[in-house]
Write a protein of this length. Structure first.
Length: 362
């Protein structure tokens, strides 16, 4: 990524944070799904199918326009596998046309030099690939061995920020793989993050001894590894609940392929309002609504975004909608899988994080 583009992106992210601190009445981050279909079938995933058609591009344009109307700061395209949408660049262009930050989460399989150049030209600003292991196995084929060539293409050609997310826990056989993947990401000049996968009913499970060792080791890595800042993860690693205010439905929206707004990928169905009917009144209601699933939540992107508001506006009313984790609705959940970390966020949010720590310690 060119230095000038990096600086420009950093400035826009800081502007986004300042705007978020000044007003609570707009969306900070939206994930939008242009296609539910995926070309892989990871064993832990509940966010894909193998048949859905892409959402028509005109419809995607209307949804992006509506997110702009709701003053959304960052739009991250996820899936399924978003690169299977035939007009993904048009969608990215529309996000940039509205001045919003454009991100993409992909499994990387469809990245070619030509595709990377097309994403540059469309104005993509941030891309995340999650790599689960070194060699493909029956749990996941998002493997360093398969994807390393794609990473080299990205290092050479991408004019957007790249984050490589590695994982431990939840059936990943060799926790040491995460260390190798993180080292490779740093070597290629990418940012890196570490996700913790939880078991099939979403319950909290502390890391075992070797996972814990890898987790601690990765946290000591250089400046490229932002996950060392992240305090929520400390509690997840120890199997403890977090005390925080989930602002899903307000500061964070998950827009599915049917155009419905959900709290997040793990609480689909609530509030379940079509995006074109979603208003600032809905944002205000959800901002003040406490979510029963918050203490054991593993959805890292919502936690990060919610840190901006943690110090203000307690949530008094419990949502009657989402069930607590472990009661059947929330299945496998992966801490960073649907997240779009922005390198500027951790530093800028560190004050909020310190506030959180004080609340939790009290
Ligand atoms: S985790 Fe990502 S790559 Fe794997 S099946 Fe789910 S959507 Fe596809
Ligand atoms: S699972 Fe997490 S992000 Fe989703 S609604 Fe519950 S607390 Fe919020």
């Amino acid at each position: 990524m060119k230095r000038s583009n990096k600086l420009r992106l950093r400035c826009r992210e800081i502007q986004m944070i300042v705007r978020g601190l000044l007003s609570t009445k707009h969306v900070l981050l939206a994930h939008i799904v242009p296609i539910r279909r995926c070309n892989l079938a990871c064993a832990y995933c509940n966010e894909y199918d193998d048949f859905s058609p892409p959402v028509p591009t005109d419809e995607m344009m209307r949804r992006i326009d509506r997110l702009a109307y709701l003053k959304t700061a960052i739009v991250t395209i996820s899936g399924g596998e978003p690169l299977m949408h035939p007009e993904i660049e048009t969608i990215i262009r529309r996000i940039r046309y509205h001045g919003m930050i454009a991100g993409l989460i992909t499994n990387g399989y469809l990245l070619t030099p030509k595709k990377i150049v097309a994403l540059n030209e469309a104005g993509l600003e941030h891309l995340q690939i999650s790599i689960d292991n070194i060699e493909p196995d029956d749990v996941s084929k998002k493997s360093l061995k398969v994807l390393d060539k794609k990473l080299q293409y990205l290092a050479e050609l991408a004019d957007f920020a790249v984050n490589i997310n590695s994982v431990i826990g939840g059936g990943i056989r060799n926790p040491e793989d995460a260390e190798v993947i993180t080292k490779r990401a740093v070597e290629l000049g990418f940012a890196s993050s570490l996700g913790i996968i939880h078991d099939g009913n979403g319950s909290m499970k502390p890391l075992n001894r070797s996972e814990e060792r890898v987790y601690r080791e990765i946290k000591t890595y250089g400046k490229h590894s932002y996950s060392r800042f992240y305090w929520f993860q400390e509690n997840l690693a120890r199997g403890k609940p977090n005390d925080w205010r989930c602002r899903a439905g307000a500061r964070y929206l998950y827009v599915c392929e049917d155009g419905l707004v959900h709290y997040c990928s793990q609480q689909r169905g609530y509030p379940g309002i079509p995006l074109e009917q979603y208003t600032f009144a809905d944002i205000e209601r959800e901002y003040f609504t406490r979510k029963a699933c918050a203490p054991h939540c593993t959805v890292g992107c919502v936690q990060k975004i919610s840190v901006i508001d943690h110090w203000r506006d307690p949530q008094e009313e419990f949502s009657t909608h989402p069930l607590p984790l472990g009661e059947g609705r929330v299945r496998v959940s992966k801490f960073e899988e649907t997240c779009d970390p922005h390198p500027a966020l951790p530093a800028a949010l560190s004050q909020g994080e310190r506030d959180l720590r004080r609340v939790s310690d009290a």
